[in-house]
Design a protein around this ligand. Structure first.
Ligand SMILES: C[S@@+](CC[C@H](N)C(=O)[O-])C[C@H]1O[C@@H](n2cnc3c(N)ncnc32)[C@H](O)[C@@H]1O
Length: 341
């Protein structure tokens, strides 16, 4: 590569470390394809296939790829196993809170295939419908071809296939999301947790969230809302990420100035970050637990994962965090199961 090419690549790499710039670059790439279709449409199919195969292979190997079914399968299995320790999925109403904007129907569809009576995918933000439809199509194809990888509830082959075939697979393949799920008991709710659509409060038997609760700026209110949404006896599973999101591997080069705890030392953290840049509430594990118990949840499981605190952290901690023990500060993840009595 020429010197100019290397410099361009380095600048691009640097810009991509900011989530806002990365988004702008992605949008620009897509615009490029739209503006110059002849660059792609005039090509020999062999050439395009090389690009396609390379991209497919690269994406499949990327654990952060949100449109792919591999991550959906891993997360769905985690949710299924955690909830199944305490209750049955069959015949229940399930909701994934904070399903994200890429493949919103992924996890709720898996729960529906595994016997849920009704499954909701809930998020504040809408999804790009065409891409979400295609992602669901790919997932259902894999569920059909490899049922052993997905059918954890031991649903009969006939019922498994009936459920898959109740989706309009042809519509999904052509990017028509609404037509693809028409008439099915799977629903995409686009609303703030504090503004539940009519008829949902008190009906959710099973709730789960992944990497979501750390983004709720008022956890007391959110815990109350989750409690109200659930039916009596309902079970919830949450994976909460307590790390400074700017320190994720892969999002920053090795020279990242951030650690998982940097935000506990920054007075201006909230001014410096945006809600689109992974801003989180900085609550620590005992504060989540208190918020859940205060509204009436019973804690059935409380597993935590810890990291190694940086040596120079303690003298730099903000006052709010300096009274907390190392064992508390070191917690990077919570995996909890709650019950609404
Ligand atoms: C980090 S993403 C995680 C998405 C997905 N669970 C995943 O693992 O890829 C957090 C999601 O929570 C949603 N969210 C944040 N606040 C919310 C609120 N008040 N009500 C509903 N959804 C919310 C965001 O829109 C976002 O899609």
């Amino acid at each position: 590569m020429s010197i100019g090419g290397s410099i361009f690549k380095a600048v691009l790499h640097l810009l991509r470390t900011s989530s806002r710039m990365a988004h702008a670059i992605d949008q620009d790439c897509l615009r490029h394809i739209d503006l110059y279709p002849e660059l792609y449409s005039g090509r020999d199919w062999r050439e395009l296939d090389r690009v396609y195969t390379y991209l497919k292979r690269t994406l499949n190997a990327n654990q952060y790829w949100r449109y792919g079914y591999s991550r959906i399968r891993v997360v769905s299995q985690e949710v299924f196993e955690r909830l199944s320790q305490w209750t049955r999925i069959e015949g229940k109403t399930y909701c994934e809170l904070g399903c994200g904007i890429y493949h919103p129907y992924g996890i709720c569809t898996t729960m529906y295939l595994n016997g849920a009576k009704m499954a909701l995918a809930w998020d504040l933000n809408a999804a790009p419908e065409q891409r979400a439809a295609e992602a669901l199509h790919d997932q259902l194809s894999n569920c059909s071809v490899s049922p052993k990888d997905w059918n954890w509830a031991d649903i009969s082959d006939a019922e498994w296939n009936r459920r898959i075939q109740s989706f309009n697979i042809t519509a999904l393949a052509s990017g028509e999301l609404a037509a693809g799920v028409h008439g099915l008991p799977v629903r995409h709710v686009i609303a703030d947790i504090t503004e539940p659509p009519e008829g949902i409060v008190g009906t959710i038997d099973l709730l789960s969230s992944k990497l979501v609760l750390e983004h709720f700026m008022n956890m007391e209110v959110a815990a109350r809302e989750m409690f109200n949404l659930m039916s009596s006896g309902g079970i919830a599973y949450h994976h909460i990420d307590l790390r400074d999101h700017r320190a994720y591997p892969g999002q920053n080069p090795d020279s990242s100035p951030y650690t998982y705890w940097t935000f506990l030392t920054e007075k201006s953290y909230f001014e410096k970050t945006s809600k689109f840049g992974g801003r989180s509430n900085r609550l620590r594990a005992h504060e989540y637990r208190r918020a859940f118990e205060n509204v009436g949840f019973r804690v059935l499981e409380w597993d935590v994962q810890r990291g190694s605190l940086p040596q120079d952290l303690r003298p730099n901690l903000l006052e709010t965090f300096s009274s907390m023990a190392d064992s508390e500060l070191a917690i990077t993840d919570i995996y909890c199961v709650l019950c609404k009595p």
